[in-house]
Design a protein around this ligand. Structure first.
Ligand SMILES: [Zn+2]
Length: 286
């Protein structure tokens, strides 16, 4: 992480290059893998970090404009290899730093980064400035695309699980036997943990993890009644994971609530310090 210049945000290509550097430099501990391709043919990549049997899955960059977390997650991977080696005998962290690479590219570089003309036009028709872009490369919100209890149809063509980014993560969940999942978003310095669709016992465990995460990060817990806002169409990553596997799944919102988009690069270092240990919250031998 000392190699990283925190005074800038990074292009998608920089993230790929850094992930490949980590896989090369720590080849005994880190593997780079593709888990899918976006509509615009960008690699949705995974870094598997560690050799342990307890697998934790973490994702960032589900929303394009949330540009701080992807590089922070890569730097966390590097930190574990440098400082956490014994722990990586017990735990493996499956890091998908940028689940929605097309959305990330749009938010950093603009709509010209979408090569497919039809999809680019679909995006432009939303009339949203590129640096506020949350969606994928054909204007679908990935965090409203997961087939779970809260998912609602938003228009006639809307189908849950329709997007390559959604499918890539669903397959990863299916293929890796994991003990928990964290999805990092921005903004708010908050922790979402409550699941209306799940049992009281499940929610009691979730609350326990949320309290541990609060102690690690100082981020506040979102009250259960605000888990899904009214009028929200649902279909989130964490809800899907909770319902499919009945294992802990938490959304962590980094960065000040009042931060403006495009997010200032200076949030990277402070976010890194705040969240770097959070993936280990599910481990028994913390
Ligand atoms: Zn988000």
């Amino acid at each position: 992480m000392e190699n990283v210049n925190w005074d800038q945000l990074f292009y998608y290509e920089d993230l790929v290059a850094y992930a490949k550097y980590l896989a090369c430099h720590y080849s005994d501990l880190v593997q780079y893998e593709s888990i899918g391709r976006s509509w615009d043919n960008r690699d949705i990549f995974l870094l598997k970090v560690g050799k342990g049997r307890d697998n934790v899955i973490v994702t960032g960059g589900v929303h394009g404009r949330e540009s701080v977390n992807p590089m922070v997650l890569l730097c966390m991977a590097e930190y574990y290899c440098e400082e956490f080696r014994p722990c990586l005998d017990l735990v493996s962290v499956y890091v998908v730093p940028v689940l929605n690479p097309d959305g990330y590219a749009i938010a950093i570089q603009g709509f010209d980064s979408i090569k497919c003309e039809k999809n680019r036009r679909m995006c432009e028709l939303k009339h949203i400035p590129y640096y506020l872009w949350k969606y994928n490369g054909r204007a679908v919100d990935i965090n409203r695309n997961f087939p779970c209890v809260s998912w609602k149809k938003k228009d006639v063509n809307d189908v849950a699980g329709s997007e390559p980014e959604t499918i890539a993560l669903m397959e990863l969940f299916q293929n890796v036997s994991s003990i928990g999942y964290i999805d990092y978003h921005s903004r708010g310095k908050q922790i979402y943990y409550h699941r209306k669709s799940m049992s009281e016992d499940y929610n009691r465990d979730q609350f326990g993890y949320a309290c541990l995460l609060n102690a690690m990060t100082d981020y506040e817990l979102v009250p259960p009644k605000r888990e899904i806002e009214e009028n929200d169409s649902g279909g989130n990553t964490v809800h899907y994971y909770s319902e499919q596997f009945c294992l802990p799944a938490i959304t962590i919102e980094t960065v000040d609530e009042l931060a403006c988009f495009p997010l200032s690069p200076h949030y990277q270092r402070e976010t890194y310090e705040e969240i770097k240990l959070t993936p280990f919250v599910f481990c028994k031998d913390r």
